[in-house]
Design a protein around this ligand. Structure first.
Ligand SMILES: Cc1cc2nc3c(=O)[nH]c(=O)nc-3n(C[C@H](O)[C@H](O)[C@H](O)COP(=O)(O)O)c2cc1C
Length: 224
């Protein structure tokens, strides 16, 4: 008797590069998992420094599941539908366009990652996967974190936009009524998920009424 076909696992690939803003990445990963999405994770070498700096967690390849669970603040046995690929592993699955994936979210993105992706450098797995994502015409969101921006980075961002990537600066809006750091982080993470149509309730959407957010803290998943 023939076995019923297993549905193909088609993850979102989350690339964490070494910009300040690791809470944005944690929020995006948590929300993807909450939405029932599979996640493949790539953490650049420099991102280990920012994770250490901003959370105190030493993110280790060999112990990624426990380190990720601690980072996300979830149960110690770790998230179920996550695969982790070391940043130096060019033989990793997502290195090939034939690996099933929905697309890639680079959160946060350094100016170095922006440059490498715009120029197709593929200097590590994160940049290689971004190049693959573009060549396969899959969605790519680049959540750049730097201020101010120099002219070279601005040119690279325009190039990424021309190639079809969504350039989404880590720039929280205040119209959603967020006042805590967590709420402002979740706003940016929510906009990242909006860019790829993954449902979430990370922030209160604009509904056309001035001052509504300040009057109530209720969050809604409805579209703007
Ligand atoms: C604590 C810390 C914070 C950093 N913050 C930023 C940042 O916000 N934006 C940025 O573009 N680079 C930032 N950098 C510099 C990058 O980590 C560095 O350019 C690195 O080469 C980027 O490599 P990657 O793109 O492979 O992660 C930071 C570095 C450290 C150590």
């Amino acid at each position: 008797m023939e076995k019923p076909e297993q549905p193909v696992r088609r993850p979102w690939i989350v690339g964490v590069s070494g910009a300040s803003g690791t809470p944005y990445a944690a929020s995006v990963i948590r929300a993807l998992l909450a939405a029932g999405e599979a996640v493949d994770l790539v953490v650049s070498r420099a991102a280990r420094l920012t994770i250490l700096d901003e959370t105190g967690i030493a993110f280790r390849d060999a112990h990624w599941r426990t380190d990720l669970a601690e980072w996300l603040g979830i149960a110690a046995d770790g998230p179920e539908d996550v695969r982790y690929w070391p940043a130096g592993d060019f033989a990793a699955g997502p290195s090939s366009g034939s690996y099933p994936a929905k697309g890639m979210l680079v959160v946060p993105a350094t100016t170095g990652a922006v440059a490498g992706i715009a120029l197709g450098l593929s200097k590590d797995l994160l940049q290689r996967v971004a190049s693959v994502t573009l060549k396969e015409r899959r969605p790519l969101v680049v959540c750049v974190r730097e201020t101010p921006l120099n002219g070279v980075t601005l040119k690279h961002l325009v190039e990424l936009d021309a190639q079809g990537a969504v350039v989404l600066p880590a720039s929280p809006g205040f119209y959603a009524g967020g006042s805590t750091v967590r709420e402002l982080v979740d706003f940016v993470a929510g906009r990242v998920l909006d860019a790829v149509d993954v449902p979430h309730t990370l922030y209160r959407r604009w509904e056309g009424e001035l001052g509504a957010a300040a009057r109530g803290t209720e969050r809604t998943g409805r579209s703007v």
